[in-house]
Write a protein that binds this ligand. Structure first.
Ligand code: ATP
Ligand code: SKM
Ligand code: MG
Length: 174
């Protein structure tokens, strides 16, 4: 399968998957999708409602099936995964088989800074938690999954140029 027009961004909540994904899609002239939005449209509920009414396990099932359906029905895309997507079911293997995966590796402190600016209530995993501690423990447990992405950018100021740079470099190596 030609993966050159199939990009998936993974990383912690607040790492910039949506923001950079949109910019990258314009840059590469590819359609942009956000897995959280796809789940919300399919279920006709917000992520908070799904977590609140059906629980996280049900959400993870919906996430895995939406991802699989998406990969099977789209040829060209930039997809922003959900923060936890790589860590459940065979999502990571599926993403690596179907796209170029890029891990946006942003420090806990920078994520915390950004998270303060966005509504914590929109992020069910952080509700009633010490946010910085929760970010750190999530990074600890998720890093083994995130690190299996094909590419990784480690910085608190990742730009779309950085992403296109690693993609270009890879195409030159071939
Ligand atoms: N490269 C960046 N440098 C600085 N700030 C950024 C960067 N990318 C995103 N931000 C800011 O961080 C916040 C979160 O970004 P964004 O929503 O894109 O993250 P996300 O990875 O999609 O998170 P989620 O998993 O919650 O959907 C936003 O306020 C955004 O403006
Ligand atoms: O980090 C996570 O586990 C999540 C991140 C969001 O993108 C949503 O997918 C949901 O809130 C769960
Ligand atoms: Mg997002």
């Amino acid at each position: 399968m030609d993966l050159s027009n199939r990009i998936i961004l993974i990383g912690m909540p607040g790492s910039g998957k949506t923001t950079l994904g949109k910019e990258l899609s314009e840059w590469m002239n590819l359609p942009f999708f956000d897995l959280d939005d796809l789940i919300e449209s399919k279920e006709e509920k917000t992520i908070q409602q799904i977590f609140g009414q059906e629980g996280e396990d049900a959400f993870r099932e919906m996430e895995a099936s939406t991802l699989e359906g998406f990969c099977n029905s789209h040829n060209k895309f930039v997809l922003a995964a959900g923060g936890g997507t790589p860590c459940y079911y065979n999502n990571l293997e599926l993403m690596n088989a179907n796209a170029k995966t890029i891990y946006l590796d942003v420090s806990a402190e920078a994520l915390f800074e950004r998270m303060n600016k966005t509504a914590v209530e929109k992020r069910p995993l952080f509700k009633n938690e010490n946010v910085l501690d929760k970010i750190k423990s999530l990074i600890e447990s998720r890093r083994p999954f995130y690190e299996k992405a094909k590419h990784r950018l480690m910085s608190d100021s990742i730009s779309v140029e950085d992403i296109s740079g690693i993609l270009k470099e890879e195409s030159h190596r071939k």
